[in-house]
Design a protein around this ligand. Structure first.
Ligand code: AMP
Length: 414
C-alpha cells in the first residue's frame, strides 16, 4: 500500500507537471541558470548545521535512519543545504561568479497532512552564489515571478517581502524581542520557550494561536535595521516598483529555516490559503558548511502547490496531447514498411502510434479514436501492393490516397 503523504502521479496530471517543467526549463535557459542534481540523501549532520537544529524541519520532520554502515542518513527535507554542499565540494566558486543554479526535485518531510501538504513533495528552486548586491535578490524574484506569470498565476499569488537584517542589526533587535517576550513566555508554547533561549526570532514564525496572541504588539526587526540592510531593502523595493513586479511588505515574515538574512520573501495563493514558495538571502550558509564566505540568495517554489493552483483556476485545461497519426495495419506484410515510415515520421516530430496487438481493423479504429488521433493511415493488402496508403481525417471522415512514403504522408497530415 502507498505510504501516507505519497502519491502516484498519473498521466493526466503528469501532463500538467510536464507543462510546468517545460516553462521552468525555458525560463532558466533564458536567464542562463545552470541545472544541478544532488543526491536524494545526505549526511544528517548537513541539515542539522545547514537548516538549523531549532527548526521544525530538523526537530520533527526529517526522515532519518542509520544505513548498513552505521552512518546517520537523512532523505533531503529541502535542497539548499545539498546544493551548497555541492557548491563547496566541487569547487564551483572558482568556475564562475556569480553562479546561478536551478533544480526540480523531490524532498521529504514527516508532516501532518493537509491539502497540498505531503510527505514527499517537489520544489523548483534557484540558488545564486557570489553577489551581495540587492540586484541578485531582485534577479531571483524576477525568475520566480516570471514562472507564475507564464503560467497565468501572477494575479493569484501574492509576493510578500521583508528584511530580517544581518547579525549586526539583529543583536539589538533580539534584546528588544527577548525583553518583550519574557513576561509573556509562560503563556506561550513549549517550542517557543526553547526558541527564546536558542533562536528567539523563530518565535515570530510560531503558528500556535496562544503564541500569535501574545505576539500582537511584538517589536519588528524592520525598525532595527542597520543602514546597509535598510538601504538594501529599500533598493529591492524600489527596483521591483520600477520593473512593475507587485509585492507587499510583510514585517512578520521570518522564514522557517535558520540560515536566512536580509531580504526574505514568500509567495502565497491568498484565496486558497496556500503557501506557494519562499526565498531569501543566506550569506552565512556557505561558510557555516565549510566553504569560503560567499553571499548567496535563492528560492524554492512548491511544485505540487503550483499544480493545485493551475487546476483550481482552470489554467491547464488544454494540455491534451493528441496522437497526430495512427497507422492501422491490416496486412501482416505491411509491418516492416510501416515501422520504417513511422520511425521517420517520429524523427520529424510527429506523434505516431501503430497496432502492436494485431487487432482487427475495427478495433484498431476504436483504439485510434480513444487516442484522439487526428489522422489514421490505413495500409491493407491492396495499398501495400500499390505502394499507397489511405489517410483518413478523423474530424470529418474525409479520405485521400497518398504514396506510402513519409514525405507524402507528412504533407497530407499537416
Ligand atoms: P520551505 O522549503 O518550507 O520554505 O517551502 C517552500 C515551498 O515548498 C512552500 O511554500 C510550499 O509551496 C512547498 N512545500 C513545503 N512543504 C511542503 C509539503 N509538505 N508538501 C507540499 N509542498 C510543500
Amino acid at each position: 500500500m502507498k505510504q501516507k503523504g505519497t502519491r502516484d502521479i498519473l498521466f493526466d496530471e503528469m501532463k500538467i507537471w510536464q507543462y510546468v517543467e517545460e516553462n521552468i526549463r525555458k525560463i532558466c535557459k533564458e536567464y542562463n541558470i545552470n541545472e544541478i542534481r544532488t543526491p536524494l540523501f545526505e549526511a544528517t549532520e548537513l541539515y542539522a548545521r545547514g537548516v538549523g537544529d531549532e527548526t521544525d524541519i530538523v526537530n520533527k520532520e526529517m526522515y532519518t535512519f542509520n544505513d548498513k554502515g552505521g552512518r546517520s542518513i537523512t532523505l533531503r527535507p529541502e535542497l539548499t543545504a545539498g546544493v551548497v554542499r555541492a557548491y563547496i565540494e566541487n569547487g564551483l566558486a572558482s568556475t564562475m561568479s556569480p553562479l546561478k543554479l536551478w533544480y526540480v526535485g523531490n524532498m521529504y518531510r514527516y508532516e501532518k497532512m493537509q491539502k497540498g501538504r505531503y510527505r514527499e513533495f517537489a520544489q523548483f528552486g534557484m540558488e545564486l552564489f557570489g553577489s551581495n548586491s540587492y540586484l541578485a535578490d531582485v534577479e531571483t524574484i524576477c525568475v520566480s515571478y516570471e514562472l507564475f506569470k507564464r503560467l497565468g498565476l501572477q494575479d493569484k499569488v501574492e509576493l510578500s517581502l521583508n528584511s530580517i537584517g544581518c547579525d549586526k542589526c539583529r543583536k539589538e533587535y533580539i534584546e528588544k524581542l527577548r525583553e518583550y517576550v519574557k513576561p509573556r513566555l509562560n503563556n506561550m508554547c513549549d517550542n517557543c520557550k526553547t526558541r527564546y533561549e536558542k533562536n528567539p526570532m523563530r518565535i515570530l514564525d510560531c503558528k500556535e494561536e496562544c503564541c500569535k496572541k501574545e505576539l500582537e504588539n511584538v517589536p519588528m526587526i524592520t525598525d532595527y535595521l542597520c543602514d546597509e540592510c535598510k538601504s538594501d531593502f529599500e533598493n529591492v523595493c524600489k527596483l521591483l516598483d520600477e520593473i512593475s513586479i507587485p509585492y507587499v511588505v510583510d514585517k512578520k515574515i521570518v522564514r522557517g529555516l535558520d540560515y536566512y538574512n536580509k531580504t526574505v520573501y514568500e509567495y502565497t495563493a491568498k484565496d486558497l490559503g496556500l503557501a506557494a514558495g519562499g526565498g531569501g538571502r543566506y550569506d552565512k550558509l556557505v561558510e557555516v558548511l565549510g566553504g569560503n564566505s560567499t553571499p548567496a540568495v535563492g528560492f524554492g517554489l512548491g511544485m505540487d502547490r503550483i499544480i493545485i493552483l493551475l487546476k483550481e483556476y482552470g489554467l491547464c485545461n488544454n494540455l491534451t496531447s493528441n496522437v497526430d497519426v495512427y497507422f492501422a495495419i491490416i496486412d501482416d506484410k505491411a509491418y516492416a514498411k510501416a515501422i520504417e515510415i513511422v520511425t521517420k515520421l517520429r524523427s520529424l516530430g510527429i506523434v505516431v502510434e501503430y497496432d502492436i496487438c494485431k487487432r482487427s481493423f475495427k478495433s484498431q479504429l476504436k483504439y485510434a479514436d480513444k487516442l484522439n488521433a487526428n489522422f489514421v493511415c490505413i495500409i491493407g493488402e491492396d495499398e501495400l501492393k500499390n505502394d499507397e496508403c489511405i489517410i483518413k481525417k478523423m474530424s470529418d471522415g474525409s479520405q485521400q490516397t497518398v504514396k506510402l512514403d513519409e514525405k507524402d504522408i507528412f504533407e497530407s497530415i499537416k
